[in-house]
Design a protein around this ligand. Structure first.
Ligand code: UD1
Ligand code: CA
Length: 491
């Protein structure tokens, strides 16, 4: 079979390492930035290359990592690395797993990337592959020039022909002179598959770390007469790995800077990019506005004209056209076009606010469907409820949805007017156009158009304060007020 240019035979993502510097029970590559795990970013980039086969090499915390990888992309072929350490052995295990699955990867281009290099873009790897294939290289390595190259493998170039890469020497194996070299190996390569397979068979563990180095393939490929070259990127972030949480935070901040910049270029106004965090999974339509101190996570979507912030955190929230969300903490909610939410609102999963509806200040909502134009303006809790259209829920209303053991629903119709401090003791239903009185405790269904009153008539015990709290400030104030009133009457 002939390989089409630009479609790699395989991408092998290395993810077997232990990542001890993370100091975490969670495998390093499962730590997240921009709302996606490091390995998730690596798999996204690998998948975007449209390879015939996508392989991930695993070993450390194997089952947990494998499950995570497959939950992200269930077409990945998992390869288990054995006890032979090193990147070379990891790639070999990847190729063996491919063969075992009946996919011979012995021709075309094999790309190798790392599971812990999250900012690498498909564009840059595509450039690597295109250069590799158009130059007819045996190996093309992605390199970068670093101020401090400590720890990295150094790129050895041919003095007579600096275009050509002679090999890579690991920091631990390098001479003092070689350690002066600032051009480093990113660990990302395009290989001619046949060359890779034959060279790996010759790689030994005879080095400072007793590992089977993938980097040895370059020298071996050249010895066999292959052309070995490099693509050098100016963008060091794209080749940077996260080994500890300090690097993870730095990469996360840079990823966010890029995401926010992309959003602005696509038509979102971001007042303060430094305090705005947008996950890689968030989608924004043009002419949206994000105010300072806002975090948008998961599958949050902002439709045209939506305004979110300041100081809001939305996870998996859909904000409709022209809706505004102010100082709100929300997850799993949908705000339809023209909806108004906040300030100081807590939207919990299952909240759906209809078109032009309102969930106002100091409100908590959960699993509640609110119809078009209905308003819950001030201070309350609405949970496990359905509210019709153009209903006005008064200040301080509560759905008492929990009887201590089970949750029950409150159903409120359209054009209902509830007065302040109404409590709906679920399960209960209020018909269209009904009213409630202030402080009503609604335990029985209210028919359409009825006024529900449940509070006992008010009784005034006159003189109670004077008798029960004699000499108190209240008693004195009352006495004074009564005297004024009486004098007034006297005149
Ligand atoms: C490797 C390169 C080095 C390069 C550096 C860039 C080799 C021999 N050295 O260094 O030239 O500058 O990456 O970061 O390749 N891994 C496995 N199995 C293993 C060992 C590693 O899957 O047995 C994976 C790790 O999970 C990681 C990647 O390979 O994703 C790189 O491993 P790491 O130990 O960080 O790199 P070095 O070997 O130090
Ligand atoms: Ca190592």
């Amino acid at each position: 079979m002939t390989q089409s240019l630009d479609r790699p035979t395989a991408v092998i993502v290395l993810a077997a390492g232990a990542g001890t510097r993370m100091k975490s029970e969670t495998p390093k590559i499962m730590h997240t930035l921009g709302g996606v795990s490091m390995i998730g970013h690596a798999l996204n980039t690998a998948r975007a290359l449209n390879p015939e086969h996508l392989v991930a090499v695993v070993r450390h915390q194997r089952d947990r990592v494998a499950e995570h990888i497959l939950s992200h992309d269930d077409d990945v072929i998992l390869a288990d690395q054995d006890e032979v350490p090193g990147t070379g052995r990891a790639v070999e295990c990847g190729l063996e797993a491919l063969a075992a699955a009946g996919h011979a990867a012995d021709s075309g281009t094999v790309v190798v990337t790392y599971g812990d290099v999250p900012l690498l873009t498909p564009d840059l790897v595509t450039e690597l592959v295109t250069t590799h294939e158009s130059q007819g290289n045996a190996v093309t390595v992605l390199t970068a020039l670093l101020q401090d190259a400590t720890g990295y493998g150094r790129i050895l170039r041919d003095d007579a022909n600096p275009e050509a890469v002679v090999g890579i020497v690991e920091h631990k194996d390098a001479t003092d002179a070689q350690r002066e070299i600032r051009e480093v190996n990113s660990g990302i390569y395009a290989f001619d598959a046949a060359t890779l397979i034959s060279a790996l068979a010759q790689v030994t563990t005879d080095n400072a770390q007793g590992e089977k180095y993938l980097t040895d393939v370059l020298g071996l490929a050249r010895a066999e007469g292959g052309r070995v070259a490099a693509v050098t990127t100016e963008d060091r972030w794209q080749v940077e790995g996260a080994n500890d949480r300090v690097q993870l935070a730095a990469l996360g901040k840079e990823l966010n800077r890029r995401t926010v910049e992309t959003a602005m270029r696509a038509g979102t106004t971001v007042i303060d990019p430094d305090t705005t965090w947008i996950d890689a999974t968030v989608t924004l339509e043009p002419d949206t506005t994000i105010l300072p101190g806002t975090q948008l996570h998961g599958l949050t979507h902002l439709a045209r004209g939506a305004v979110v912030g300041p100081d809001s955190t939305l996870t998996d929230v859909t904000v409709g056209e022209g809706a505004t969300v102010t100082r709100t903490h929300g997850s799993g909610a949908e705000i339809k076009a023209g909806g108004v939410v906040g300030p100081f609102t807590y939207l919990r999963p299952g909240t759906v606010l209809g078109e032009d509806g309102k969930i106002g200040a100091f409100y908590e909502t959960k699993n509640v469907q609110i119809g078009r134009g209905s308003k819950l303006s001030h201070l309350g809790y609405a949970g496990d409820a359905t509210i019709g259209e153009h209903t006005n829920i008064g200040c301080g209303n509560i759905t008492a949805n929990y009887d201590g053991e089970n949750k029950h629903r409150t159903i409120i119709g359209s054009h209902v007017r509830t007065s302040s401090n109404t409590v709906f003791v679920a399960p209960v239903e209020v018909g269209d156009g009904a009213y409630t009185g202030a402080g009503a405790v609604v335990r029985k269904d209210v028919p359409p158009g009825a006024l529900a009153l449940s509070v006992a008539p008010q009784r005034n015990n006159e003189g109670w304060v004077e008798t029960k709290r004699p000499g108190s400030a209240a008693a004195q104030a009352a006495a004074q007020a009564l005297e004024t009133t009486n004098n007034g009457k006297g005149n």
